[in-house]
Write a protein that binds this ligand. Structure first.
Ligand code: HEC
Ligand code: HEC
Ligand code: HEC
Length: 442
């Protein structure tokens, strides 16, 4: 039968194509990092630089857990096929990375291979790939000499056999992981913006949360050069990490460079206060950036835009809803819930109190295309990040018990369309889905 022959032919061509693609990727996949590495010279300055870079790379967020020695691993990370644990990266020779040569360390950091196997991309080598040889050597010096060895064994993963076999990860890496290439600024980028780009695209791994992933889980873009998906916003653990590009509502279009630098250093600006996983990024990582580096990162972020991002439109405050509330008119659905539950802190005019209770009028998180952050923060509550610069904490309570799915959908729609905000509508189903996804921690 001819159709059978045809299907067979298509399958053969398809498999051959796949094998060819894998073959080509394999040939291009060999680790050749040694050639790029500088000989490690672990002077106190280099170790200090390594400590600073470990802060920028937020290694502690994953490799340290409360109550255990720093960098001794053990954080449980849930992947689609089961949970894995981060590893001990202290210089302990048995349980840690004490026997790693500089090249071994580089291979893990930028290439995603350690002990002969590919690492789960939960370790963000897909962003760290651009680290310069000098900075790899400084990080290595820090993890050898600046961090005390901890005798804490690694924990086995909870991924069941046969999914626990790592060879599919190797294929994945061949096909999708960016090849380790020390950062090269685009021609014409000024030195300060280039430094910001190096940090944001690389060690800062902002794209791991803020860039959407393809169905095969790789980031859709790792720099603005390979697509306007770069930093265009993505869902991460019941929150939406919003677009960090520059365009209309829901992007950083109306943030100033100073505000952005202030947010990275202190977790708060007059545009918003960090919550969800961004709070941890601030607390463990970006608060330690030098003022000059925070400014460089902000300038770089402000340079990212393409025609897809829409026109930056300055927010225009609309007093209609506030006037209605003042006159006792709570007919707009969600008004009463807002007055009862939110207005005491965020005020009836939606303007909040600068850097204490964030304003909801003209707010990027509130107007993001995906309402999941707004729903999650109302359900979970939050507290402002405690940083060296802002030791006091302000708390937003959880409303999970007080508001039904219907109340919450009305409230979310009220906030997303009041005071000049413009965002798409949210359904009771959207709310129910978030509530269900959060249930284990509720
Ligand atoms: C988002 C979480 C995350 C961050 C941030 C992170 N790591 Fe990892 N790292 C992991 C996970 C998970 C593994 C184990 C992966 C596996 O078992 O396949 C790992 C493995 C490693 C390994 C391999 C160790 C071994 O014994 O196999 C090294 C080295 C390492 N990380 C260094 C670092 C450094 C240095 C930084 C900061 C620049 C860092 N990591 C930041 C999650 C992270
Ligand atoms: C672990 C995930 C994660 C990483 C890594 C991460 N972010 Fe975020 N980010 C989020 C989430 C979730 C939000 C939404 C909550 C909020 O606004 O605080 C967010 C919000 C933000 C906001 C506020 C946007 C707005 O419109 O209010 C800025 C600015 C930001 N991130 C910048 C960065 C930069 C720069 C980096 C890299 C240094 C980074 N983020 C890395 C998860 C992450
Ligand atoms: C007791 C004061 C208080 C009340 C009541 C309160 N909030 Fe908050 N809200 C805060 C604080 C403090 C933050 C900052 C938390 C953080 O960033 O971790 C915040 C943050 C937010 C944010 C994040 C905005 C941003 O850009 O950072 C949203 C959205 C929000 N609240 C909505 C609401 C809604 C809706 C209600 C009513 C259901 C409400 N809040 C009730 C204090 C309050």
């Amino acid at each position: 039968m001819r159709w059978k022959t045809r299907i067979l032919a298509v399958c053969i061509v398809w498999v051959a194509g796949l094998l060819l693609a894998m073959g080509i990727s394999y040939v291009g996949d060999r680790y050749t990092g040694e050639a790029q590495l500088a000989a490690p010279s672990a002077t106190p300055d280099v170790v200090a630089r390594g400590a600073y870079l470990a802060g920028l790379g937020d290694c502690a967020a994953c490799h340290s857990i409360p109550g255990e020695p720093p960098y001794s691993g053990g954080l449980r990370m849930v992947t689609p096929i089961g949970a894995i644990y981060t590893t001990n990266i202290t210089p302990d020779p048995i349980h840690g990375i004490g026997r790693f040569s500089l090249a071994d360390f580089d291979r893990a950091l930028r290439f995603g291979v350690a002990g002969g196997h590919t690492l789960y991309p939960a370790m963000p080598f897909t962003s760290y790939y651009n680290t310069t040889p000098g900075d790899v050597a400084a990080l290595y010096a820090y993890f050898r000499q600046g961090v005390p060895a901890a005798v804490v064994p690694n924990r086995p993963s909870e991924i069941p056999f046969p999914l626990s076999m790592r060879w599919p990860l190797t294929y994945w890496r061949w096909l999708f992981a960016p090849k380790p290439t020390p950062f090269q600024p685009s021609a014409g980028l000024n030195a300060e913006v280039a430094r910001g780009a190096y940090f944001v695209e690389g060690l800062g791994h902002c794209g791991e949360c803020h860039t959407p992933r393809a169905i095969t889980m790789q980031l859709k873009a790792t720099t603005p050069k390979n697509g306007s998906a770069y930093l265009s916003g993505a869902v991460i653990e019941n929150f939406f990490a919003p677009s960090l590009r520059n365009g209309g509502p829901g992007t950083l279009g109306d943030w100033g460079v100073e505000e952005l630098a202030q947010f990275l250093k202190g977790g708060a600006s007059s545009k918003g206060i960090a919550f969800g996983s961004m709070r941890d990024v601030i607390v463990h990582s970006t608060q330690y950036m030098s003022d000059a580096d925070a400014l460089a990162a902000a300038k770089y972020l402000k340079s990212i835009r393409s025609d897809h991002d829409g026109e930056a439109s300055p927010f225009v405050y609309d007093p209609a809803v506030h006037n209605a509330l003042k006159n006792g008119d709570a007919s707009k659905p969600g008004s009463m819930a807002y007055l009862d539950s939110c207005a005491a802190c965020h005020r009836p005019d939606g303007m909040g109190y600068d850097r204490v209770f964030p304003r909801l009028a003209g707010n990027g998180v509130v107007q993001a295309e995906n309402p999941i952050s707004l729903i999650s923060i109302i359900l979970q509550g939050s507290s402002t990040p405690r940083t060296g610069g802002a030791p006091a904490q302000f708390v937003m309570p959880s409303f999970a018990k007080r508001l039904s799915d219907q109340d919450l959908a009305d409230l979310v729609n009220f906030i997303r369309t009041s005071w000049g905000n413009h965002a798409s509508s949210t359904t009771i189903g959207d709310v129910a889905r978030v509530r269900k996804a959060m249930r284990p921690n509720e």
